[in-house]
Design a protein around this ligand. Structure first.
Ligand code: SAH
Length: 506
């Protein structure tokens, strides 16, 4: 009993194989076959002929390390970043941008077909071309650099090497803004000059943990927030500390666009980056930016889209799919700081937003006010709880309406529209929508559903549920928000299938 049968693998660890890459995996890795045995090879590009060393062998497949490109693919290009392979950030820097877009388009299509069980030619007929970036570099408006101590004892800023806690120094990250480098150089030189220690995770000692940098792309405003392991004035020579701080502020102030400099206090032994206590030490508490014609104020702790240009294009697509004409009632589930809700509120009658994080809801309410939109209402809680509760309560009220007939028709009409809206938009995190949420959406029976997704596998699963519940897929469009990574966003338009087109579920 319990005797383990040893699996005999065709190949073993450290075997060196020559293989042609014929496919691309979910995260952008190369896939090739040797005598029917599948190899997954990170950094290998479709069309390459490579030699690869097996790292982990299973019965039918193995993970292998790319040793050498023997014949490069036409889709291969030199990675722009010298540390692209070590740093966990980009997975596709070796692939041309055009091929990357094709990969993402296919990934969405194949997931919807295979995991959602939809007809291939039907999906091909409703899928629009992916929205690629005009400029795939320097698109991120936010960077959080961990600060550590390099081998030579000097402070370094960089990235955690994929899934580890060791910092790889970064000179310049090409997906971030150019100012990042300048700001980091100032901070690191200042630390070195004053002997200010970087935080040491293992010991829980040292001062500077992270540097957060944000830039408003439309406003040009820049924010720097130093996350420090320091509380109170009694530690060390406080006069010296303050003098050093003033010197640092002076240097940072000179950087073009500098608007806000702050410190965030984080003395916990945790891998959460930001502490909740923030002190502005120079300039404003926030920077501002414009997205979808709305002004947003961003604090170090606020949520905000990291690729605002593409976010705007994705949301414009969602608005088009929502088919707003001026008086519709819309629910925006998983609304974050209300970007989609408010963009839609400009052309809808009434918008209800639901979001689980209280701070985000506070931001959403403030953003509504700042932009003069009084037709948006926000609820804090889980979509799968808020929506069913709201639906049950208002349905009951609607049933007993006879007894409250005089309370005003318009209020009742609003209630009916709230539980049977024109449009429901969802933009859930990677795990997709909760079943209870989807179930309630079906009961509310909106004319249209717009599904914005950052994971096409869970999207496919949820589309199947909505299709089985009577909704027809109308249009699908992928959007690239994170070039050089395997991630892809998608927006899908669904219609209640009143006509019984028969397309549902096919
Ligand atoms: N539409 C938003 C971003 C959506 S990201 C924007 O435009 O900025 C997904 C959001 O869903 C996050 O803000 C996350 O906090 C929230 N969330 C996660 N689980 C949730 C749940 N069960 N119910 C409601 N919101 C949830």
């Amino acid at each position: 009993m319990g005797k383990k049968i040893k699996t005999v693998c065709k190949y073993q660890k450290d075997d060196l194989l020559t293989v042609e890459i014929t496919d691309i995996g979910n995260d952008g890795e190369g896939i090739g076959k040797v005598d029917g045995y599948t190899l997954f090879i990170k950094d290998a590009v479709i069309g390459d002929k490579v030699s690869a060393k097996i790292m982990k062998a299973k019965k039918n497949y193995a993970y292998a390390h790319l040793e050498k490109v023997l014949e490069p693919s036409v889709h291969r290009q030199e990675a722009r970043c010298p540390i692209a392979r070590q740093c966990g950030g980009c997975q596709l820097q070796n692939m041309t941008y055009e091929r990357q877009l094709e990969f993402k388009q296919n990934k969405v299509r194949n997931n919807i077909v295979r995991l959602g069980g939809f007809d291939e030619s039907f999906i091909d007929s409703i899928m629009e071309p992916i929205i690629g970036m005009e400029e795939p570099w320097r698109y991120r408006n936010k960077a959080q650099y961990p600060i550590g101590t390099g081998k030579n004892g000097k402070p370094v800023a960089g990235y955690y090497a994929g899934r580890t806690h060791s910092i790889i120094p970064v000179d310049d990250c090409f997906i971030g803004v150019e100012e990042n480098k300048e700001i980091l150089n100032v901070v690191l030189a200042h630390m070195e000059k004053h002997g200010i220690a970087a935080y040491d995770e293992a010991a829980g000692k040292g001062l500077v943990r992270h540097v957060l940098i944000r830039k408003g792309f439309t406003s040009g405003q820049i924010m720097v927030c130093l996350v420090i392991n320091y509380r109170g004035k009694a530690v060390g020579n406080s006069n010296e500390f303050i003098a050093a701080q003033n010197e640092l502020v002076k240097k940072l102030q000179n950087i073009n666009g500098m608007t806000s400099i702050s410190v965030s206090i984080n003395t916990d032994k945790t891998n959460v980056i930001m502490g909740t206590e923030i002190h502005t030490i120079w300039g404003k508490d926030t920077i501002s930016d414009t997205l979808c014609g709305l002004e947003f104020e961003i604090s170090p702790l606020s949520f905000y889209q990291v690729n605002p240009k593409q976010a705007q294009r994705l949301y414009e697509q969602a608005i088009t799919y929502a088919g707003l004409t001026g008086n519709e009632t819309v629910w925006d589930l998983y609304c974050g700081i209300g970007t989609i809700s408010l963009a839609m509120a400009k052309t809808a009658g009434k918008v209800y937003g639901v979001e689980i994080i209280p701070d985000a809801i506070e931001d959403a309410k403030r953003n509504a006010k700042r932009n003069g939109l009084d037709n948006a209402e926000f609820f804090c809680g889980k979509a799968e709880e808020v929506l069913p509760e709201f639906y049950e309560r208002l349905s009951k009220e609607a049933k007993s309406e006879g007894t409250i007939a005089e309370s005003g028709m318009s209020g009742e009409e609003d209630n009916v529209k709230a539980i049977h809206p024109d449009v429901i938009v969802v933009d859930p995190p990677r795990k997709g929508c909760d079943e209870k949420c989807l179930e309630t959406m079906l009961k509310m029976s909106p004319d249209r559903i717009v599904y914005v997704s950052c994971d096409s596998a869970t999207l496919a699963r949820d589309l199947r549920i909505l299709a089985d519940g009577g909704y027809a897929l109308n249009k699908i469009r992928a959007c690239d928000m994170f070039s050089w990574s395997g991630h892809v966003e998608t927006v899908v338009a669904l219609n209640r299938d009143h006509l019984g087109t028969g397309l549902v579920g096919h």
